[in-house]
Design a protein around this ligand. Structure first.
Ligand code: GLC
Length: 414
């Protein structure tokens, strides 16, 4: 696959943002009354939810700062909700008035985001919801349709559906024609209609014509270039490209009712796990209505950035390292260097099994290069007769070298 940048990107920024962030509630889902997977999601009357679309005016929106932040974590790409299920476009669209163009802010948020991220060398992704709970032809979700049920949703007439598909396709064309190279289109919301209704193959064809190098996620069913496990790490690494998307608390959009934040350590552990399995972590941020990233999120992102400033080498552009039986923890590799991530504190030593012990040149702590003592052993006859035996390496890890988040040790092999 030619898009191999994604294969080893390892870390990206997801941004869930919309006019409703002014109401300090989850994105889109409150208007349908919440959903089982979002424990802190509010239930807000449909009209009230949409009412803040007219006055969106995020004066503190500074995408350049977001780009510096993303860069400081070593993030390789950034994905913004150009349009979420609530149907509000953060970009200028000829297709409807329901967009940022009709607000006091006026400026094209998607364009500003793309320009800033690109200026820091990040790849660009756009989240686009196939479902649209505001468009009359979708048709829009109304108060009478509550409670939301996956198997009982308002359905369009054939004429409505034809018009909606045209609208959808035109908006996708806008996004993929007006902003230069787009590296990822991240669909969502397909569950509300059938494959036939979405005409997925036709849609994918148009997308690939407009952006030949684009990656499409697997939420455009049957057309995906990569899998998108949501809020979890697959227990076995999927065979193909994949990306775990993860929130810092339990909500995607800025939700002041949700104080359930993961610790910086948990987030860094997740990043190591994902890298060890050869996936990418798309870490979500939830800007507030004024455009600022909430302090609890910033704090954690800064901790990750600090850790990455000494350890990004073991995460970014790496391949999965050892098999799980070889080392109790995630490991990665780059060329002849093997990186061990210590997610648990060792008792004096750690062991690595099934490696060519005679070829081990050195073992060191990644943070500061401190060399570590090690010994090795293997089957006795192997040590006599085999010039290059596989065996076990035992590495001394003094307590003083333990990092409060994750200690990384690397082994250089000849
Ligand atoms: C979900 C939700 C949504 C969120 C997305 C991110 O499917 O509908 O709110 O944007 O997951 O993965």
């Amino acid at each position: 696959m030619m898009n191999n940048w994604f294969n080893t990107a390892r870390l990206g920024m997801f941004v869930h943002w919309g006019h409703s962030s002014q109401q300090e509630c989850e994105l889109s889902w409150p208007l349908v009354g919440g959903v089982f997977s979002l424990p802190f999601c509010q239930d807000i009357p449909v009209e009230k939810y949409h009412s803040t679309a007219d006055n969106f005016n995020p004066q503190q929106y500074n995408p350049q700062e977001w780009a510096y932040l993303a860069k400081s974590l070593g993030m390789k790409y950034a994905i913004l909700t150009a349009k979420h299920h609530d149907g509000f476009a953060l970009f200028h669209t000829q297709e409807s008035d329901f967009s940022i163009a009709s607000t006091p802010y006026k400026k094209d948020i998607v364009r500003e985001f793309i320009d800033a991220m690109r200026s820091e060398g990040l790849r660009i992704g756009l989240y686009f919801s196939l479902s649209d709970w505001h468009h009359p032809d979708y048709p829009a979700f109304t108060e009478a349709d509550k409670p939301y049920r996956f198997d009982k949703l308002p359905q369009p007439t054939p004429q409505q559906w034809e018009r909606y598909l045209q609208f959808l396709c035109n908006q996708i064309r806008e996004l993929l024609s007006n902003y230069g190279q787009i590296d990822i289109i991240w669909f969502d919301g397909s569950w509300e209609r059938t494959l036939e209704q979405w005409q997925v193959q036709e849609l994918a064809k148009i997308i690939r014509e407009l952006q030949p190098n684009i990656l499409i996620n697997d939420r455009l069913p049957n057309c995906g270039d990569f899998a998108t496990p949501e809020q979890f790490i697959p227990s076995h690494p999927p065979a193909h490209l994949w990306e775990t998307c993860l929130t810092i608390n339990e909500s995607w959009g800025y939700n002041s009712d949700d104080h359930c934040f993961k610790s910086s350590r948990q987030l860094i552990h997740t990043l190591c796990e994902v890298a060890g399995k050869g996936g990418n972590l798309l870490l979500n941020v939830s800007p507030m209505g004024n455009g600022q990233i909430p302090p609890e999120q910033l704090e954690r992102l800064k901790d990750i950035a600090d850790w990455m400033s000494q350890h990004s080498e073991s995460i970014l552009d790496t391949m999965p390292g050892l098999e799980p039986w070889q080392f109790y923890g995630p490991s990665t590799r780059k060329g002849n260097r093997l990186y061990l991530h210590l997610l648990m504190q060792p008792y004096e030593t750690i062991s690595v099994r099934g490696i060519p012990i005679k070829q081990v040149k050195s073992v060191s702590v990644l943070a500061d290069g401190t060399p570590l003592n090690f010994t090795s052993r293997c089957a006795i006859m192997d040590s006599l007769l085999n010039p290059n035996p596989l065996g076990e390496l035992t590495i001394d890890v003094p307590e003083s070298l333990i990092n409060p988040y994750v200690t990384v040790i690397y082994i250089d092999i000849e």
